[in-house]
Ligand binder design. Structure first.
Ligand code: ATP
Ligand code: LTN
Length: 335
């Protein structure tokens, strides 16, 4: 990373196959940031084990996620691409930051509340301290901006609070980061329950479109998307009764580089069936080139391991500088 450019950090958990929501809300927006900023993007495998995983699956998905990042247009020649667990500084800084984070703050996190409700048999401490590790991810690289979907903004807020609290005690150690929301697509909703976000760990696969879904499956999922009985194509973002149609309009808008309002005008008076076919086609055409790239890259395991090995070297170097500074500030003897 050069000194004069602003820095970007973001990542996705290899917790399932990547959804259209992850792509539109996060990864897609990273591509255009690469020229203007020094970027680091990671596969957040340490966060993923807050929910039980099959080890072999997790390993496979971590590699697939890297191939997908590259297929989406993240260029390893421009950005640092690495696997979170390859840089132990993340766990080390998370420990320190955990001592500057209050239980009450973590208890308020909606993701913790949601995930605890979904995994009642496994409400572990990692799930609770998840935002502390996320703060460490970001602060280690002194990121100025963190491009994420809307659901992660609460975690960015707590990261800012922790950074400011630490800085107030020890001087300007950390850059206080800002979340960067996509202008559209920041919250894609589930196709089966359009009042909930589309999530890759949804137990009902009909709720999400995976970037790896067969193209026929994508068409079927869009066709069976929950809408309403009004039968009118109108964009009414504040009307929950219209949540299904609003969501399809938003998806169509990002896929065809226009606004939901404009899509609504274009399809006004048409039936939901015809509209859904058009949405499905737009999604498939948007995903097709990514899939072709992905199929090619995933074959080349030595290239992928080369990318994440080089990425980890750079990431470790940058992170260690920040960690040593933190260690000195809190009173550890730095080797
Ligand atoms: P999980 O279901 O395992 O919690 P997830 O699908 O919510 O996973 P994450 O790995 O937590 O995905 O998120 C990766 C990125 O994708 C984040 O920046 C997040 O804000 C964004 N994102 C996730 N879901 C959506 C969505 N439905 N719409 C827009 N952005 C999303
Ligand atoms: N919590 C994020 C994934 C994540 C992340 C990060 C995103 C972990 N660490 C640091 C941005 C910056 C999520 O999307 N669920």
């Amino acid at each position: 990373m050069e000194e004069h450019k602003k820095r970007i950090f973001s990542g996705v958990q290899p917790s399932g196959t990547i959804t259209l929501g992850n792509y539109l809300g996060a990864i897609r927006n990273w591509v255009s940031l690469q020229d203007k900023y020094d970027c680091a993007f990671a596969m957040m495998d340490m966060h993923t084990i807050t929910v039980r995983q099959t080890p072999a699956e997790l390993r496979k998905r971590t590699q697939e996620l890297l191939a997908l990042y590259i297929a989406c247009g993240i260029d390893p020649g421009k950005s640092i691409l690495f696997i979170q667990s390859h840089n132990s500084a993340h766990a080390e800084l998370a420990w320190v930051l955990g001592c500057y984070t209050y239980m009450g703050e973590l208890q308020r996190m909606t993701q913790f509340k949601d995930k605890s409700a979904h995994h009642e048999d496994n409400i572990n401490a990692g799930l609770f301290t998840y935002p502390v590790l996320m703060a460490a991810d970001i602060l280690l690289y002194n990121a100025d901006y963190v491009p994420v979907g809307k659901d992660q903004m609460q975690h960015i807020e707590i990261c800012r609070d922790i950074a400011q609290r630490f800085n107030a005690l020890y001087g300007d150690v950390f850059t206080v980061p800002e979340g960067l929301l996509a202008s559209s697509g920041a919250k894609i909703m589930s196709l089966q329950d359009p009042t909930k976000k589309m999530s890759k760990s949804d137990t009902n696969p009909k709720g999400y479109i995976s970037m790896m879904d067969d193209f026929n499956v994508i068409a079927q999922k869009v066709k069976s998307a929950v809408t309403d009985s009004e039968g009118v194509i109108e964009y009414r973002p504040d009307d929950t009764a219209k949540a299904g149609i609003n969501n399809l309009l938003s998806i169509m808008a990002v896929m065809t580089a226009t606004t939901p309002e404009a899509v609504a005008v274009q399809f006004a008076g048409q039936g939901y069936g015809a509209f859904k076919s058009a949405v499905a086609e737009a999604i498939v055409e948007g995903i097709r080139p990514i899939r072709e790239e992905y199929d090619r890259i995933i074959q080349d395991k030595s290239y992928l391991s080369d990318v994440y090995t080089r990425g980890a070297e750079t990431a470790c170097r940058i992170a260690r500088r920040t960690l040593n500074k933190v260690y000195k500030k809190v009173g550890f003897i730095v080797k």
